[in-house]
Design a protein. Structure first.
Length: 345
């Protein structure tokens, strides 16, 4: 959006599980990034607006409190403001390795609600060299950019290139030789520079994961389903939804834990990523349930859950499933399966 336009931050669909208290929530918006702006009519309104002071990223956190003084965890939202005639850069990242012809894709710039991205998988037994390559687009000729690489999580690896501080190039790459199994998460960030070589506030970033198997350990490969995938807004009471990761896939089902000599004991975890907070009945079971409450209004809602499997030595990427609460006839649906994970591993 352009920096001269009003931006509306809406927290009006926030809810409270206690009956009747959802109509009496107190709101508090806090700016955590970007040039300081004034929220109108106030930072305590359910819907607050502002005009960006200049191009760049503006990030806010919303906390809601009920009449019993119980507060929600902060929920964040970010807005990219651009000036007239400007464009924010776009970025795509691909992972490849010296030992395979397959490649891995980045996780995109929006919350994944189904499945997981296609990540590169390599094995330490093959002594791979992994290369991360970035391509920048939507930047005018002659404009300079700053490109940076960093590792976000996973066993620490040494990158051969941390980026370019000031360049006309629209590509960048870095490499590493994995030393430890597990999910490795990396970030590439591009910033458009102004006439004096300083960040203009227009930027883009991408996360990408590399799955590294050990000689005798492996990163589990998982899938999950949800049933039903659609819950009607017309429901007058809460509806139970099944989250099922019992059919998860692994590379080697007969895997023996080298530390104990016994078959691997798998551990599971479900985490809610988006939507009004609900209680996962048993977040550490492969198959569990949640109750999607009936709010008695016409506001559609999306609930997103991530499923993980852990062998004790390695943890899978997350596999995401979602439940849509909308004004339609209830149907039973399953998410699709994937062969191939939150900003975490």
């Amino acid at each position: 959006m352009e920096s001269s336009e009003w931006v509306n931050l809406c927290g009006a669909t926030s809810t409270d599980p206690d009956p009747g208290e959802g109509q009496h929530l107190a709101y508090r918006w806090q700016q955590v990034r970007g040039t300081s702006v004034v929220l109108s009519p106030s930072a305590t309104a359910a819907v607050a607006s502002f005009i960006p002071a200049q191009p760049g990223v503006y990030e806010f956190e919303l906390t809601v409190t009920d009449p019993r003084s119980a507060s929600s965890p902060p929920a964040s939202i970010a807005v990219m403001a651009v000036g007239a005639g400007q464009q924010a850069p776009k970025l795509a990242v691909v992972a490849s390795a010296s030992t395979t012809s397959t490649t891995g894709e980045d996780v995109g710039d929006t919350l994944r609600v189904e499945g997981k991205p296609r990540s590169l998988r390599v094995s330490l037994a093959d002594s791979p060299v992994v290369t991360l390559a970035a391509r920048v687009t939507q930047v005018a000729d002659g404009k300079r950019v700053r490109i940076g690489w960093r590792q976000v999580s996973g066993p620490s690896e040494v990158l051969t290139n941390e980026g370019e501080a000031d360049t006309l190039s629209r590509t960048s790459q870095t490499s590493f030789t994995p030393t430890t199994s597990r999910v490795h998460l990396f970030e590439c960030k591009v910033e458009l520079l102004d006439a004096i070589g300083q960040p203009s506030g227009l930027e883009a970033s991408r996360l990408i994961r590399v799955l590294v198997d050990g000689p005798s350990t492996f990163v589990p490969e998982v899938l999950a389903t949800v049933n039903p995938a659609i819950v009607p807004l017309s429901a007058t009471s809460g509806q139970r939804v099944a989250l099922d990761g019992a059919g998860f896939l692994v590379n080697r089902p007969d895997q023996i834990d080298p530390r104990t000599g016994q078959p691997v004991q798998f551990r599971y975890q479900w985490v809610q990523l988006a939507g009004p907070q609900v209680v996962i009945d048993n977040p550490f079971a492969a198959a569990t349930t949640v109750e999607v409450p009936a709010f008695g209004d016409d506001n559609p809602r999306l609930y997103v859950f991530a499923f993980y499997v852990d062998t004790g030595a390695d943890r899978s990427e997350s596999y995401c499933v979602s439940v849509s609460q909308q004004a339609v006839t209830p149907t039973t649906g399953l998410t699709g399966l994937s062969s191939y994970q939150s900003s975490s591993g």
